[in-house]
Design a protein around this ligand. Structure first.
Ligand code: CP
Length: 319
């Protein structure tokens, strides 16, 4: 199901792998319209009036959960935040039963984060709601990929011909996968860079280049996205020490001197200061890390709104 220019027809947002470049641009453009209206002083929109949005987070989150919650509220939706640790999951209820019960309370859209890759897709098969993947295992984190791309596009106009490095723990990163799909579809050159143990061999099949030395690629990069080392997903040691990782792959003041003067420094967060990025770089003039967070809100407003419109259009057609 692909979209004609500017028209969104999908019921769910599960990943960027299945989207066309046109669909990705449709979301970015819609987010841009919300951002312009917000900057012009509009603070409340009625696009989701009468709609209930549930945030189902089975893994911790600061940015994504808060951002989706605020995005839904700004669109005038009713919102409910579900926390796995204080739910009946602890009494043995399954993930799908939990979701079906929440749907039975009249929820229209579900935003789901889960440690299992594929959980949002499974949910989308079982419920009538729109499902948005807010990060599943090591698979995808589509709205993070979209907000990263939106942030780059807002500084550089076009992705075509830009060199973007994704540095760090590619193996365990759903953010890396969503960035790879989105960036390559929009014409960027993507280099994944990290220790050989943290770069899966199949990544070359995704249309990216692989590097193991950050110093070697530094001067070529227009954007550097510093991914967190995901210690919680790792089984065993992937590099000798955190100090050695920071020495080889951490972005610091010395490396900034050798990078392009206008290089954009991105990080999906949470950032580990002193590991993948030093404080002077995280808070420096090339950093767009907090812009990413701000833009995330507009991306999430766009996704919630487009999915709902598509569902309502389908309903009208089937009447
Ligand atoms: N970037 C991101 O997904 O952050 P959270 O885990 O805080 O949501």
């Amino acid at each position: 199901m692909s979209a004609s220019p500017g028209v969104w027809t999908r019921k769910h947002l599960l990943g960027l792998q299945e989207l066309t470049a046109t669909e990705i641009e449709t979301i970015l453009d819609e987010a841009g319209r919300y951002k312009s209206r917000w900057n012009a002083g509009e603070t409340k929109f009625d696009d989701l009036k009468g709609i209930a949005v549930a945030n189902l987070f089975f893994e911790p989150s600061t940015r994504t959960k808060t951002s989706f919650s605020l995005a839904a509220k700004r669109l005038s939706a009713d919102t409910v935040d579900f926390t796995a640790s204080s739910s009946s999951l602890t009494k043995g209820e399954t993930f799908i039963d939990t979701a079906l019960n929440i749907q039975a309370m009249g929820v229209h859209q579900m935003v789901v984060r889960h440690s299992s890759s594929g959980a949002p897709e499974q949910l989308a098969r079982e419920v009538d709601c729109n499902v948005i993947n807010a990060g599943d295992g090591t698979h995808e984190h589509p709205t993070q990929g979209l907000l990263d791309i939106f942030t780059i596009r807002s500084h550089r106009q076009s992705l075509k011909g830009l060199t973007v490095a994704l540095v760090g723990d590619i193996k365990h990163s759903r953010v890396a996968r969503s960035n790879i799909w989105g960036l390559t579809k929009l014409g960027a050159r993507v280099i994944v860079c990290g220790p050989p143990t943290l770069i899966p061999s199949e990544v070359k099949e995704f249309g990216v280049e692989v590097a193991h030395s950050l110093d070697q690629i530094l001067g070529e990069c227009d954007c550097i996205n510093l991914l967190r080392v995901q210690f919680e997903r790792q089984r065993g040691a992937y590099f000798p020490s955190v100090r050695e990782y920071a020495h080889l792959y951490g972005m610091n003041g010395q490396r900034m001197k050798r990078a392009k003067s206008d290089v954009l420094i991105l990080a999906p967060g949470p950032i580990n200061r002193g590991v993948e990025i030093t404080p002077d770089v995280a808070d420096g003039q090339n950093s767009v890390i907090l812009d990413q967070v701000t833009n995330g809100l507009f991306i999430r407003m766009a996704c919630l709104s487009l999915l709902r419109r598509a569902t309502e259009n389908e309903r009208r057609k089937s009447r």
